[in-house]
Write a protein that binds this ligand. Structure first.
Ligand SMILES: [Zn+2]
Length: 247
């Protein structure tokens, strides 16, 4: 359970416009503000900047985190169209950490906090079990900063920690989307001959299930054919560096 400081509590202005998006969204993106904001006053200044200078309808992000206090703030919230990740807004939410993580360090506590928020939102039915990636994966930007971007796999491992009391099945036959593609790419990284017919197509079908079983068998895991927390963590070890780091 993550306590979230709602809009009223941080003194948000009313949005100019508000549109809804279907839940759960297939994608979840990580951002930083690239500034030095903190706390509720930081939330108000980010919102003012986005509405008054950028001319947007509201603060851009779905949820924001204070890098030091680790407080979680409601931005636009769940199920509301954001303005964070160009081209992906109607199918995603965004978590943004206040700070500039091209230069600021990222604490283990912050990594844990982001992971908690990811897991919380997944349990609420808002978004997938893991971050899809960082803003730079889909846009020419350094966001969310090198230091935070480099922790995404760790955040995702902690978000799906099999010690969690919740049912920890992450993905199974019939699922589709970027998270599926990420694990299919990892399967190819483990065994280049895997997924011979369909490759990393983002569809978790029978071929993917067969190769998840092969992977689990080869690693002495329970052979379920579903990507649970343990399988997810091991698979991510094989994910090739598939990201263009150029800004
Ligand atoms: Zn960003």
């Amino acid at each position: 359970m993550v306590d979230i400081i709602d809009r009223r509590s941080w003194g948000a202005r009313a949005p100019r416009r508000r549109s809804t998006i279907p839940l759960p969204t297939p994608e979840l993106w990580l951002h930083h503000t690239a500034g030095g904001e903190r706390g509720a006053s930081g939330m108000r200044s980010i919102q003012n900047f986005h509405m008054d200078i950028r001319g947007w309808s509201d603060i851009a992000y779905s949820y924001l985190i204070d890098r030091d206090s680790l407080a979680v703030y409601e931005g636009r919230g769940a199920g509301v169209l954001g303005g964070h990740t160009f081209g992906r807004n109607s199918i995603s939410h965004a978590i943004c950490v206040m700070g500039n993580f091209d230069v600021m360090p990222v604490s283990d506590a912050l990594v844990g906090r982001i992971a908690e928020l990811v897991a919380h939102g997944h349990r609420q039915g808002w978004w997938p079990a893991m971050l899809t990636g960082g803003h730079r994966d889909v846009r020419a930007t350094s966001c969310p900063g090198d230091n935070l971007y480099g922790r995404i796999d760790e955040i995702n491992r902690r978000a799906v920690d099999p010690g969690d009391e919740e049912d920890n099945v992450v993905l199974r036959n019939g699922d589709r989307g970027e998270a599926v593609r990420r694990f299919q790419t990892a399967l190819k990284g483990w065994n280049a001959r895997s997924l011979p017919r369909f490759g990393a197509d983002g569809d978790f079908g029978n071929e993917t299930e067969t190769w998840v079983r092969n992977f689990q068998s080869a690693h002495d895991l329970g052979v379920s054919g579903a990507i649970d927390g343990v399988t997810a963590a091991l698979l991510l070890e094989y994910r090739p560096d598939d990201v263009d780091h150029s800004a």
